[in-house]
Design a protein around this ligand. Sequence first.
Ligand code: DQA
Length: 142
Amino acid sequence: MKILVINGPNLNMLGIREPDIYGRTTYTDLCDLILEHALKTGVEVELYQSNHEGDLVDKIQAAYGNTDGIVINPGAYTHTSVAILDALKAVAIPAVEVHISDVDAREEFRQISYIRSYCEATISGRGVQGYLDAMDLLAEEK
Ligand code: DQA
Protein backbone atom coordinates (compact mmCIF):
# COMPACT_ATOMS: atom_id res chain seq x y z
CA MET A 1 0.00 0.00 0.00
CA LYS A 2 1.29 3.45 -0.91
CA ILE A 3 0.27 6.57 0.99
CA LEU A 4 1.08 10.12 -0.08
CA VAL A 5 1.29 12.65 2.76
CA ILE A 6 0.74 16.20 1.54
CA ASN A 7 1.33 19.34 3.59
CA GLY A 8 0.33 22.78 2.39
CA PRO A 9 1.57 26.32 3.09
CA ASN A 10 3.53 27.20 6.21
CA LEU A 11 3.68 23.62 7.45
CA ASN A 12 7.39 23.69 6.59
CA MET A 13 7.57 26.27 9.44
CA LEU A 14 6.36 23.78 12.06
CA GLY A 15 8.26 24.12 15.31
CA ILE A 16 8.88 27.81 14.56
CA ARG A 17 5.39 29.07 13.72
CA GLU A 18 3.03 29.77 16.63
CA PRO A 19 4.34 26.93 18.82
CA ASP A 20 1.55 27.48 21.35
CA ILE A 21 -0.90 26.39 18.62
CA TYR A 22 1.14 23.99 16.47
CA GLY A 23 3.68 22.65 18.97
CA ARG A 24 7.47 22.42 18.86
CA THR A 25 7.78 19.46 16.50
CA THR A 26 9.57 20.65 13.35
CA TYR A 27 8.61 19.65 9.81
CA THR A 28 11.74 17.47 9.66
CA ASP A 29 10.71 15.79 12.95
CA LEU A 30 7.22 15.23 11.50
CA CYS A 31 8.68 13.60 8.37
CA ASP A 32 10.85 11.33 10.54
CA LEU A 33 7.82 10.31 12.64
CA ILE A 34 5.80 9.51 9.50
CA LEU A 35 8.64 7.52 7.90
CA GLU A 36 9.19 5.58 11.15
CA HIS A 37 5.45 4.82 11.41
CA ALA A 38 5.33 3.70 7.78
CA LEU A 39 8.24 1.32 8.37
CA LYS A 40 6.58 -0.07 11.51
CA THR A 41 3.22 -0.62 9.82
CA GLY A 42 4.58 -1.84 6.49
CA VAL A 43 3.23 0.90 4.24
CA GLU A 44 5.12 2.77 1.56
CA VAL A 45 4.99 6.51 2.10
CA GLU A 46 5.84 9.59 0.06
CA LEU A 47 6.11 13.03 1.66
CA TYR A 48 5.37 16.31 -0.08
CA GLN A 49 5.13 19.91 1.10
CA SER A 50 4.47 23.05 -0.91
CA ASN A 51 3.44 26.63 -0.23
CA HIS A 52 1.81 26.87 -3.68
CA GLU A 53 -1.77 25.86 -4.47
CA GLY A 54 -1.06 24.83 -8.09
CA ASP A 55 1.85 22.63 -7.01
CA LEU A 56 -0.44 20.87 -4.53
CA VAL A 57 -2.95 20.29 -7.35
CA ASP A 58 -0.14 18.95 -9.60
CA LYS A 59 1.01 16.57 -6.86
CA ILE A 60 -2.51 15.22 -6.31
CA GLN A 61 -2.94 14.71 -10.06
CA ALA A 62 0.43 12.92 -10.27
CA ALA A 63 -0.79 10.42 -7.66
CA TYR A 64 -3.40 9.09 -10.10
CA GLY A 65 -2.82 5.42 -10.77
CA ASN A 66 0.09 4.94 -8.37
CA THR A 67 -1.19 5.82 -4.88
CA ASP A 68 -3.71 4.05 -2.62
CA GLY A 69 -4.37 6.80 -0.09
CA ILE A 70 -3.72 10.48 0.54
CA VAL A 71 -3.21 12.14 3.93
CA ILE A 72 -3.59 15.86 3.41
CA ASN A 73 -3.18 18.94 5.55
CA PRO A 74 -3.80 21.77 3.07
CA GLY A 75 -3.00 24.43 5.72
CA ALA A 76 -4.81 27.69 4.96
CA TYR A 77 -5.92 26.36 1.54
CA THR A 78 -8.32 24.13 3.49
CA HIS A 79 -10.52 27.17 3.92
CA THR A 80 -10.30 28.57 0.39
CA SER A 81 -9.39 26.01 -2.25
CA VAL A 82 -11.99 24.57 -4.59
CA ALA A 83 -9.04 23.57 -6.84
CA ILE A 84 -7.66 21.15 -4.23
CA LEU A 85 -11.14 19.67 -3.68
CA ASP A 86 -11.56 19.23 -7.44
CA ALA A 87 -8.13 17.58 -7.77
CA LEU A 88 -9.01 15.06 -5.04
CA LYS A 89 -12.32 14.34 -6.76
CA ALA A 90 -10.57 13.98 -10.11
CA VAL A 91 -8.14 11.28 -8.97
CA ALA A 92 -10.75 9.67 -6.66
CA ILE A 93 -8.07 8.34 -4.28
CA PRO A 94 -9.30 7.79 -0.69
CA ALA A 95 -8.13 10.73 1.44
CA VAL A 96 -8.07 11.78 5.08
CA GLU A 97 -7.90 15.45 6.08
CA VAL A 98 -5.56 16.30 8.96
CA HIS A 99 -5.13 19.44 11.04
CA ILE A 100 -2.65 19.75 13.86
CA SER A 101 -4.81 22.25 15.73
CA ASP A 102 -8.48 21.88 16.56
CA VAL A 103 -9.78 24.01 13.68
CA ASP A 104 -13.39 23.72 14.86
CA ALA A 105 -12.50 25.45 18.11
CA ARG A 106 -10.68 28.37 16.44
CA GLU A 107 -11.76 31.36 14.30
CA GLU A 108 -14.96 30.96 12.30
CA PHE A 109 -13.12 31.04 8.95
CA ARG A 110 -11.10 27.97 9.99
CA GLN A 111 -14.30 26.00 10.54
CA ILE A 112 -14.95 25.90 6.79
CA SER A 113 -13.18 23.13 4.91
CA TYR A 114 -13.60 22.77 1.16
CA ILE A 115 -12.08 19.28 1.15
CA ARG A 116 -14.00 17.84 4.11
CA SER A 117 -16.93 16.72 1.94
CA TYR A 118 -14.58 14.56 -0.15
CA CYS A 119 -12.47 13.06 2.63
CA GLU A 120 -13.24 9.77 4.40
CA ALA A 121 -12.48 11.46 7.72
CA THR A 122 -11.16 14.64 9.28
CA ILE A 123 -8.69 14.40 12.14
CA SER A 124 -7.99 17.66 13.94
CA GLY A 125 -6.57 18.73 17.26
CA ARG A 126 -4.42 15.65 17.81
CA GLY A 127 -1.15 17.40 16.96
CA VAL A 128 1.28 15.48 14.75
CA GLN A 129 -0.21 12.18 15.98
CA GLY A 130 -3.12 12.99 13.64
CA TYR A 131 -0.98 12.18 10.60
CA LEU A 132 -0.14 8.72 11.98
CA ASP A 133 -3.79 8.07 12.87
CA ALA A 134 -4.81 9.10 9.33
CA MET A 135 -2.28 6.66 7.84
CA ASP A 136 -3.70 3.85 10.02
CA LEU A 137 -7.23 4.73 8.96
CA LEU A 138 -6.36 4.50 5.27
CA ALA A 139 -4.43 1.26 5.80
CA GLU A 140 -7.39 -0.29 7.69
CA GLU A 141 -9.77 0.56 4.86
CA LYS A 142 -7.54 -0.96 2.22
C1 DQA B 1 -3.84 23.92 10.02
C2 DQA B 1 -5.00 24.85 10.39
C3 DQA B 1 -5.19 25.93 9.33
O1 DQA B 1 -6.26 26.79 9.68
C4 DQA B 1 -3.94 26.77 9.21
O2 DQA B 1 -4.08 27.72 8.19
C5 DQA B 1 -2.71 25.93 9.00
C6 DQA B 1 -2.57 24.70 9.76
C7 DQA B 1 -3.55 22.90 11.12
O3 DQA B 1 -2.81 21.96 10.84
O4 DQA B 1 -4.04 23.03 12.25
O5 DQA B 1 -1.81 26.33 8.29
O6 DQA B 1 -4.21 23.21 8.85
